[in-house]
Write a protein that binds this ligand. Structure first.
Ligand SMILES: [Cu+2]
Length: 182
């Protein structure tokens, strides 16, 4: 219940406005311990079991991303994509290091957030609530709530308001056929 209330509090503004606010570097800096940029979730058609979420994360102090959660899927994991011989495979990892000040990219074909057992289709233009759970060097946990836009491809830098210096955006890999189908 507390989780639901927390969500309510941070979604007082319209979902699309929240997403834009999170993409603006200045606003993100004021909101959380981790700056989140270019965040998005890949669209999922009815019946599709899973999809990926992507963003860049820059932590102010060294943190580890230890867990993610979302009401949109029964299973939400941090995944690593790797070449295994010449087959691309992906597996869940227990934690992702976010060294202070270093930008870590979650992108197709790299680290990404995996949502499986989706509870509903995710059409373009909808949004997904997602919580990042962090642990610092002292073991203290914190969390950051995000509202991510759903899209077929990565948002362009031009879509980010007040981006003084455009962040490096993940390059979409075409239609991205097999990667995210478990
Ligand atoms: Cu995955």
């Amino acid at each position: 219940m507390t989780f639901f209330l927390a969500l309510q509090r941070t979604t007082a503004c319209a979902a699309s406005v929240c997403a834009l606010a999170l993409l603006a570097p200045g606003v993100a800096a004021a909101q959380g311990a981790v700056q989140v940029q270019g965040a998005w979730v890949r669209t999922a058609v009815p019946g599709q079991p899973g999809t990926g979420a992507f963003m860049t994360l820059t932590a102010r102090e060294s943190l580890r991303l230890v867990r993610i959660s979302t009401p949109a899927a029964a299973v939400a994991e941090v995944h690593q994509m790797k070449m295994d011989g010449n087959v691309m495979t992906m597996r869940p990892i227990s934690a992702l290091d976010l060294p202070a000040g270093r930008t870590v990219e979650l992108k197709p074909a790299g680290y990404h957030l995996m949502l499986t057992e989706l509870k509903q289709p995710l059409p373009p233009g909808s949004s997904v609530q997602l919580t990042l759970h962090f642990k610092n060097a002292q073991g203290v946990e914190s969390q950051q709530l995000l509202t991510l836009p759903v899209a077929a491809t990565a948002p362009r830098a031009a879509d980010t308001p007040a981006a003084g210096k455009a962040p490096a955006m993940p390059v979409p890999h075409g239609p991205h056929s097999g990667d995210h189908k478990h």
